[in-house]
Design a protein around this ligand. Structure first.
Ligand SMILES: NC(=O)c1ccc[n+]([C@@H]2O[C@H](COP(=O)([O-])OP(=O)(O)OC[C@H]3O[C@@H](n4cnc5c(N)ncnc54)[C@H](OP(=O)(O)O)[C@@H]3O)[C@@H](O)[C@H]2O)c1
Length: 439
């Protein structure tokens, strides 16, 4: 007996008005998967029917709020051999996820996924496969959770020619930086508190080192700027060297510090160039980026014709992310009813990717104080052709660990890195200089 024949006419979430129902399978019944099931179960005004839930060791996952008609399984073949039309992948990870998504598309099923790492690595190939199979693959929840930025770029701003996308794409980093800023605590304490409250993973490397945001930026660059880029080509820098003193200095400059994901397409004499990086940076207090608090996400897209558009909201969490997943399911179901197959945009550009931004720069030093330090630094900077803009020093700091700040006039990031290679080996340096761009 197939799963569909087991279902009564009032199965999960399905509207009983004679229109054709669309059968849905869930792969993964964790935070997002159970929220998706909840929405499909409680919202009765759709034609979506949840027929299968797949999870490893599935017996412990069963809940009493889903009807008994739903088939709980550990076997992907149960899903692939059924008449499910849309497979929803919310397991995470790269394998067996990629294989199962490929097999679902090859079996004539459309796919919705929230998996940013997978889409960042093999999105174009999976979209190509979906197109060949006349199916669809949607991944709206893979960037900024519940914020409809993918559909906003893909559909809402399709009429513009976007050239810049920047934003705050990692709620964990934003939460940690907000805590250092408002409570004046060290990075390690803010991280521990974020872990205790469930805002950071036990192993926070992906978030802290910018790899999570980099995967999301890769996807946004493809969808919004039509650039065929790979995640590894984008520089990602950690937020772990940020200290509460940096917020004090940033504030004196009318700025705050956020983990900023930036991708800007420019036509250079040698061809298209994508200036892209994920890194902590100073942003002006008046910028919408500075006002993003806690675990919120914000994306700003800039186009030739429409100027700046801002998307913001909950970047994570079961329910907000599930809303994005269900919106994708509905979009596919609507397209299927209208007899449309996927009409994704081709990736037109293969730009050179560089982190060689020309900006002002923030250099925070921690030194063992002695006369002549500023003179030594100024000599190296001037030899590299870099102009100092200002020098700031908090009063009454210990001479053995003296933090002070030098800001630089606009210049290329590589020039500053070149100067810092020499500076970091000077005998008065207690730790390597913290270098942040001022956006
Ligand atoms: N949580 C968020 O706020 C959020 C936001 C945006 C995007 N996402 C993305 O959504 C996806 C799911 O995230 P989540 O937070 O819901 O994760 P989760 O709570 O860990 O849920 C994943 C579920 O999939 C199951 N699973 C994992 N690998 C499996 C396998 N090989 N075979 C069968 N079942 C498997 C897990 O089973 P076990 O219980 O045995 O581990 C778990 O029930 C990820 O790609 C994530 O990046 C999440």
């Amino acid at each position: 007996m197939t799963a569909v024949s087991k279902l009564g006419s009032t199965a999960v979430g399905a509207k009983n008005d004679g229109a054709q129902n669309c059968n849905v399978a869930l792969l993964g019944f964790g935070t997002v998967g159970s929220s998706v099931a909840r929405i499909l179960c409680e919202r009765s005004n759709t034609h979506l029917r949840l027929t299968h839930v797949l999870n490893r060791n599935v017996a412990r996952k069963k809940v009493d709020w889903l009807p008994s008609s739903v088939q709980w399984t550990e076997n992907i073949d149960d899903v692939l051999s059924s008449d499910v039309e849309i497979v929803v992948e919310v397991m995470g990870g790269l394998q067996p996820t990629e294989d199962w998504i490929r097999r679902a598309l090859e079996s004539g099923k459309s796919v919705v996924t929230a998996n940013k790492q997978l889409i960042a690595r093999c999105g174009p190939e999976l979209i190509g496969l979906a197109r060949r199979m006349k199916q669809q693959i949607h991944f709206g929840a893979s960037v900024a959770g519940g914020v409809p930025v993918i559909s906003g770029l893909h559909e809402g701003l399709a009429g513009d020619e976007l050239f810049k996308i920047c934003g705050i794409l990692n709620g964990t980093c934003n939460y940690i930086l907000s805590q250092i800023e408002s409570n004046g605590i060290p990075f390690a304490t803010a991280l521990r508190e974020a872990q205790k409250l469930g805002f950071a993973e036990a192993d926070p490397t992906e978030d802290i080192d910018g790899l999570d945001a980099r995967a999301k930026l890769t996807i946004l660059a493809r969808v919004g700027l039509h650039c065929n880029v790979r995640p590894e080509s984008i520089v990602a820098r950690s937020i772990s060297a940020i200290d509460s003193v940096d917020f004090e200095y940033a504030n004196q400059l009318g700025c705050t510090i956020r983990q900023i994901s930036w991708a800007e397409l420019k036509a250079e004499p040698k061809g298209d160039c994508l200036f892209a990086a994920v890194q902590p940076a100073l942003v002006e207090l008046s910028s919408p980026l500075a006002r993003v608090e806690g675990s919120q996400n914000l994306v700003m897209a800039t186009g030739t014709y429409g100027g700046e558009t801002v998307f913001g909201g909950h970047g994570a969490g079961g329910h907000p992310t599930a809303v994005a997943v269900v919106s994708d399911i509905l979009a596919i179901a609507r397209a299927k009813q209208a007899g449309m197959s996927y009409a994704g945009q081709p990736l037109e550009k293969t730009p050179t990717v560089t982190a060689e931004f020309t900006t002002k720069h923030y250099l925070r030093f921690l030194v063992k104080d002695r006369p002549g330090i500023i003179a030594s630094l100024a000599t190296i900077l001037s030899h590299c052709g870099i102009n100092i803009d200002s020098v700031l020093q908090k009063p009454a700091c210990p001479k053995s660990h003296l933090p002070f700040l030098i800001t630089l006039e606009e210049c290329k990031a590589s020039l500053v890195e070149q100067a810092l290679q020499q500076i970091n080996s000077l005998d008065f340096m207690v730790q390597p200089c913290l270098h942040l761009p001022i956006l």
